[in-house]
Design a protein. Structure first.
Length: 227
């Protein structure tokens, strides 16, 4: 399954990015120094530097980072996203477009931390709001717990494990900005990564508030809203 992004700048410049959601980490070729696993390594990284030379996330995003290395985060772009089922279009800042494509690439990488929600990426919603992302993550996490229950395994319906995963996500995206500071001349890449980190941080501290908000929406719609 592939999802294609086309980000068009003013003038004739455009960036094309085809993301294979089932890819394996690409073989290193023409790699950047900041993709080395030991370089500004994330504090939560479970990979062994003695066995893994490169950060899988860095390898996957180095091309798109290079495309945006000298782009301002406030530059207006036109972004078109094509999936097998439909097409999306949005006129937005480069930061917003880059945050969307970068988040998709990172969730489908071989990173053992970020890939825990690869299934969310297979139902990718471009330009998602924080609330839309939270609902997706919670929904898929609860589906896993239901499957665990059906298989006789321990199920976590208190979302304790989800909080821990979000904490790891926040740590990785926060640490990753160190790599990008040396890979970028302008601020689009950095601000996109900061945006991803902010979403993870909000999820950690706002879970109860979000669940309460969703409960209020459900009560407002009533029990027969789906009919």
């Amino acid at each position: 399954m592939k999802i294609s992004y086309k980000i068009k700048f003013s003038g004739h410049k455009a960036v094309h990015c085809d993301i294979d959601l089932n890819r394996t980490t690409p073989s290193p070729g023409g790699i950047q120094f900041w993709t080395n696993l030991r370089f500004a390594r994330c504090t939560r990284c479970p990979l062994d530097p003695a066995k893994e030379v490169y950060c899988p996330v860095a390898l996957d995003i180095q091309d798109i980072v290079g495309d945006f290395s000298d782009i301002s985060s406030i530059e207006e772009v036109e972004c078109t996203v094509k999936t097998k089922e439909r097409q999306y279009y949005k006129k937005c800042s480069s930061q917003v477009a880059l945050k969307s494509v970068m988040g998709l690439i990172m969730l489908t990488s071989s990173c053992p931390v970020l890939s825990k929600f690869r299934d969310v990426a297979h139902h990718h919603l471009p330009f998602s709001t924080s609330e839309e992302l939270f609902v997706q993550f919670i929904s898929f996490y609860l589906l896993r717990q239901y499957r665990n229950l059906k298989e006789g395994k321990q199920a976590d319906f208190e979302l304790t494990g989800l909080r821990a995963i979000w904490e790891d996500f926040a740590g990785v995206t926060r640490d990753f900005t160190t790599r990008l500071k040396l890979a970028s001349k302008s601020d689009a890449n950095l601000n996109a990564m900061v945006g991803l980190s902010t979403v993870s941080e909000l999820a950690r501290f706002s879970l109860e508030e979000l669940l309460s908000k969703l409960e209020k929406v459900e009560h407002a719609e009533g029990p027969d809203a789906a009919d």
